[in-house]
Design a binder for this molecule. Structure first.
Ligand SMILES: Cc1ncc(C[n+]2csc(CCOP(=O)(O)OP(=O)(O)O)c2C)c(N)n1
Ligand SMILES: [Mg+2]
Length: 372
């Protein structure tokens, strides 16, 4: 007996065939029936800002990578290649929209005004978070893959109950979509119409695991199964990402519930500074993505529309040099706390168990002290 089953419904997801885009790799602009309306008011000045933002973020990333190699930082997960996805998304939101990120979204912290040196503390392993979440509407970054999608959904449900029109955005990777947490978050978000954006940066890898091993369908297509509309966009096209997040934010704000965005991009560097990607991917693949560099693409577009690119580039270099100097100088000054302070923030109030562990630690430290 042969029974043929219908193919999954996909009409709620835009961009499945080809990710939605408005900028070609050569910088020329093409029409997009889905995205164009959301970009109607974007002119040269906004594009210049996006360009400078991306350049600054790339420099922060390069500098922190180098600081790790110099022994100033313990670890750094680089974002090179993902600047357009992160900058385009952040700049589409209001300052009071709450962000819940993984460990790779350094752009969001910097652009939300976190002190660049302050955010180093986590990567120097001297603090549990690098900022005050409520001052920046930015949750402490999440290392547990996908857990932040639950936090974002819960926050969004609460925000709706509180009667405001602020929304939440959860940022996560392709690999995270294989986690139960992300799927549970989507069930809750869809069921309660939570004003949350699921912003998935598909950078093609979960450490060494390529996305094709994790999913037989485009990731955005999965959203349809939860009753959540999806947008699949070229994540190296800052304008396309910006438009997609604007559309999703509008939907959430007017009470139409969650949207899933898959930003198709590429992690140009290693997973973290302790990874060697040469062991699991070809240089030819990396070279092909280098041609789609998000910053160069916007620069070519600025040239095409007659913007003063030379002057914009100079302005970007000044900003980049300043933040790089601040990071280098600040990294050495990050205070290293006494080891026993790690017990202070486990719970709001001390518990007997944690106090016992603190005492054990202090006794152990004292016992090895003479040998130091
Ligand atoms: C629950 C959980 N399982 C496993 C890990 C180990 N781990 C750290 S990063 C990572 C890959 C995540 O890939 P992806 O979601 O695509 O994000 P990316 O690192 O590419 O930005 C894994 C499996 C973890 N941190 N948390
Ligand atoms: Mg990934």
């Amino acid at each position: 007996m042969s029974i043929s089953l219908p193919v999954p419904r996909t009409e709620s997801v835009e961009g499945l065939e080809n990710p939605l885009s408005v900028l070609d790799p050569d910088g020329s602009r093409h029409a997009s029936p889905v995205l164009d309306d959301a970009l109607a008011d974007i002119g040269e000045s906004m594009l210049t800002d996006l360009y400078v933002d991306m350049a600054v973020i790339r420099r922060v990333d390069e500098e922190c990578f180098a600081l790790t190699r110099q022994g100033e930082l313990t670890l750094w997960p680089p974002l090179r290649g993902q600047e357009a996805a992160q900058v385009g998304a952040l700049r589409a939101l209001r300052d009071d929209d709450f962000l819940f990120t993984s460990y790779r979204e350094h752009a969001l912290a910097i652009l939300r005004g976190v002190d660049p040196v302050e955010q180093l503390a986590l990567w120097k392993a001297t603090a549990l978070s690098g900022w005050d979440p409520f001052a920046h509407h930015l949750a402490p970054l999440q290392i547990i893959i996908g857990a932040q999608t639950l936090h974002a959904t819960g926050y969004a449900m609460a925000a709706r109950r509180a009667g405001g029109d602020d929304i939440a955005m959860a940022c996560f990777g392709d690999g995270a979509t294989s986690e139960g947490d992300v799927n549970e978050a989507m069930v809750f978000a869809a069921s309660f119409g939570a004003p949350v954006i699921f912003f998935c940066q598909n950078n093609q890898y979960a450490i060494s695991e390529p996305v094709r091993v994790q999913s037989g369908t485009p990731l955005a297509q999965r959203a349809g199964g939860f009753g959540i509309p999806g947008l699949r966009v070229d994540g190296n096209d800052v304008m396309a990402v910006h438009a997609a997040v604007r559309i999703a934010a509008d939907r959430a704000r007017r009470g139409d519930g969650p949207t899933f965005i898959e930003a198709v991009t590429y992690r140009m560097g290693p997973h973290t500074t302790t990874d060697d990607p040469g062991r699991y991917r070809d240089e030819a693949e990396v070279a092909a993505w280098r041609q789609k560099d998000p910053i160069e693409r916007l620069e070519r577009h600025l040239e095409r529309i007659g913007a003063p690119v030379e002057r914009i580039r100079e302005e970007a270099v000044i900003r980049c040099d300043a933040i790089a100097a601040q990071l280098r100088e600040g990294a050495a000054r990050v205070a290293v706390p006494a080891p026993e302070t790690m017990f202070d923030s486990v719970y709001v109030a001390p518990t007997r168990r944690v106090e016992r562990q603190r005492a054990e630690h202090l006794a152990f430290a004292a016992s090895v002290e003479p040998r130091r």
